[in-house]
Design a protein around this ligand. Structure first.
Ligand code: KG4
Ligand code: ZN
Length: 332
């Protein structure tokens, strides 16, 4: 069963063709980061306009790359939310129009479920149940995943998401946008122990994340030591210290969730799961604890439409159809 996936929740316009929720035949991602870089973050109005320009060529590119003609597509899947409303409506309008024109069923997909189901687009997918840590620009959520649709929320960030913290700290250090990749690169040259940064935790809610205090601690260091902005060595030390603190917070909670649920399998996904240091620490800890770790390849961690097609496939085979009057949602 061939599903065309469409993703426009933030600043990537993406389309993909996936067979049976498992095999990626094509995955095209048109990133907009150069458009938003000048503003230091995603500007929703600009994102929506660019989605409108890119969406049809991106879809055509995905069909061409897969060597598939439109009539061979069995169903469509589109991200319904959460995300930027103006951006989501572009993908949704195109998904509905193609579903009508091609007379094919359409599934509305939850973006975070799609991130989790990216783990099934690999050679070695996880068995249920497992714990999933979704770390993206908008979310830091821990789930116990029972099947393709049943996911119980175990914990989340009470303030900034991990990716958002990377982006904000990059801005504080005048490093530009998008922050995650830039900080990771800089941190390789830094000493993570040079600065003492907090690992905020909420004692009554051990699976809750909080990153705003860490961001404030970095801001304080910048105020106290202005050379952080001019001395590349010190800047790298602070970037490394910040990254290490985020990694500690993520890894400790993910393994606590495994302990609390009795699960032996951990999926880590979303844009921040592309971070090399996070992947390394997770791999070391998983080996030490004897748990199975599932890390999608980098291009399936950051936003893409293959994961949307995979999630849509499971909705469609369960008989679910998106009502063509259904709307997108920004939160949830
Ligand atoms: O999942 P994603 O592509 O989009 C959302 O759904 O938000 O995640 C984007 C986030 C951004 O905050 C970006 O800075 C972060 O993922 N990110 C990274 C890395 N690559 C992307 N953070 C840390 N290290 C990376 N290598
Ligand atoms: Zn995402």
């Amino acid at each position: 069963m061939l599903i065309l996936g469409i993703e426009t929740s933030c600043d990537e316009t993406a389309a993909a063709v996936v067979a049976d929720g498992r095999r990626v035949l094509s995955s095209v991602v048109a990133t907009q980061f150069e458009l938003h870089a000048a503003y230091g973050g995603v500007v929703p109005e600009i994102a929506a306009r660019r989605h409108l320009e890119s969406i049809l060529p991106v879809i055509q590119g995905a069909l061409d790359q897969a060597g598939v003609a439109a009539p061979e597509i069995d169903g469509l899947a589109v991200t319904q939310g959460p995300g930027l409303i103006g951006a989501l409506v572009i993908g949704m309008a195109v998904g509905k129009a193609l579903a009508l024109a091609w007379n094919r069923p359409l599934a509305g997909v939850h973006h975070l479920q799609a991130h989790i189901l990216a783990a099934f687009l690999t050679e070695n997918p996880p068995e249920f149940p497992f714990v999933a840590l979704v770390v993206s620009g908008g979310h830091t959520n821990l789930y116990r995943v029972r099947d393709f649709q049943q996911m119980d929320l175990l914990g989340r960030s009470r303030d900034d998401a991990a990716g958002e913290a990377f982006d904000k700290v990059a801005k504080l250090l005048h490093l530009g946008y998008p922050g995650g990749v830039i900080i990771e690169k800089l941190a390789r040259q830094g000493n993570p122990k040079a600065f003492h940064l907090p690992r905020p935790r909420i004692h009554a809610e051990p699976l809750t994340f909080s990153f705003s205090g860490l961001k404030t601690a970095v801001a304080l260091q910048v105020t106290k030591n202005p050379e952080v902005l001019t001395d590349p060595g010190i800047q790298a030390d602070l970037a490394a210290g910040f990254q290490e603190a985020v990694v500690d917070c993520l890894v400790s909670r993910a393994f606590l969730a495994l302990e609390e649920t009795g699960c032996q399998r951990l999926v880590v996904c979303g844009g921040v799961a592309a971070n090399g240091r996070l992947r390394q620490v997770l791999q070391e800890k998983a080996a030490a604890e004897g748990c199975e770790l599932f890390l999608p390849p980098l291009n399936l961690c950051t936003d893409n439409a293959a994961m949307v097609a995979a999630a849509g496939y499971h909705r469609l085979i369960a008989g679910e159809r998106l009502d063509l009057s259904a709307d997108v949602f920004s939160r949830g």
